[in-house]
Design a protein. Structure first.
Length: 353
């Protein structure tokens, strides 16, 4: 059966987020979403034409705040998390053996406590992939020295629940601090220095007792927030900015539709970044648009007003997308690209000079 699969990363916390979807129904799940990446993830779901059904957290994280709450507010997705986690605001409390359905596909929830009481590993229906959270990492595993950690419990979880999977099953962890992306059951059974090979429970417990790691920097803020599934005052009320109906793209650019720009153009700075000959060509230009060719934009940015929102324009929306990036680097906070550029403007029959 077909599957849409994407592995995403938050570099600041070295967290992996995973998108899985059934292409026939468009139903999707998002595993371990990060608050700061919620706009990116929602944009990907929208651009792929999917409907986010559930967010799944493998456990209550200590190094980042989940995006479960903000995605629920924005997309209508439901929040799934282990019932043993002790968290509030869970829509779908998960237990060992539960089936998480999305379209014709499903994940099996396996309880793998030890890093925390509520750790779960999610196994794809055909046994080809599993998402291990912090229980088992690539050539490592989650620490066991806080948040109800137990080295003995983690040893049993890995041996009985993860290493019991097919040896060719690919494993995808919640984190990797070296940029490694995936491993397999066979690899970890053989090469994992903490629990692979002939290492006994005593070997493992002794190894874990002597890691000597500092606590995560965001732990004091992240754990309380994640025990509320991300429903905290510091979370943004929505994914889009308040000054306009922005559409954030997976490429990282805010866009606006032509009709909205036409209706509000007198409240905006419209910056046309084409060359002079294009500004006066058959496509013309938006009335009141200021011509600043893309190559000159960085040097002339200071002449623009930072208090008035800017919409950048070009022929098709490509160069003007780069103009958004240039202006953002120059300290402009309210900048968006005209989706489709002058070609879309003309197709909608909007006024030009």
């Amino acid at each position: 059966m077909d599957l849409v699969f994407r592995q995403l990363q938050d570099q600041s916390s070295s967290t992996y987020t995973y998108l899985l979807a059934d292409p026939s129904s468009g139903e999707a799940v998002l595993i371990d979403p990060v608050l700061e990446q919620a706009r990116r993830d929602a944009a990907l779901v929208r651009e792929l034409g999917l409907k986010l059904k559930l967010t799944l957290d493998t456990h209550v994280h200590a190094d980042h705040v989940t995006a479960a709450a903000i995605l629920k507010k924005t997309t209508g997705s439901r929040i799934a998390l282990s019932a043993a986690s002790g968290a509030q605001n869970i829509d779908v409390p998960l237990h060992h053996g539960d089936r998480i359905q999305f379209g014709r596909r499903h994940l099996e929830a396996r309880a793998t406590p030890g890093h925390t009481n509520g750790c779960m590993t999610f196994v794809l229906d055909d046994g080809s992939m599993a998402f291990t959270g912090d229980a088992l990492l690539i050539r490592g595993c989650g620490r066991t020295d806080f948040q109800q950690g137990s080295a003995e419990a983690l040893y049993r979880s890995i041996k009985e629940q993860i290493f019991a999977l097919p040896e060719n099953c690919l494993l995808f962890p919640a984190h990797d601090y070296r940029g490694l992306t995936a491993t397999s059951v066979a690899e970890e059974m053989r090469f994992n220095p903490r629990i692979g090979g002939a290492r006994s429970e005593q070997d493992f417990v002794g190894y874990m007792a002597n890691l000597g790691l500092p606590h995560p920097k965001q732990m004091d803020a992240a754990v309380p927030a994640n025990l509320e599934c991300g429903f905290i005052e510091a979370a943004p009320p929505a994914l889009d900015a308040s000054w306009a109906p922005l559409r954030y793209t997976y490429s990282g650019i805010d866009e606006l539709d032509a009709e909205w720009v036409a209706e509000h153009r007198r409240e905006l700075q419209i910056v046309d970044v084409r060359e002079p000959r294009e500004y006066t060509s058959e496509l013309g230009h938006i009335p009141g648009a200021r011509l600043v060719p893309l190559g000159a934009l960085a040097g002339q940015a200071e002449a623009l007003d930072k208090t008035v929102p800017i919409v950048t324009v070009c022929r098709s929306g490509g160069r003007s997308a780069q103009a958004v990036t240039i202006l953002a680097r120059a300290g402009f906070g309210k900048v968006a690209n005209l989706a489709g550029g002058m070609l879309e403007w003309h197709a909608r029959g909007l006024p030009t000079d």
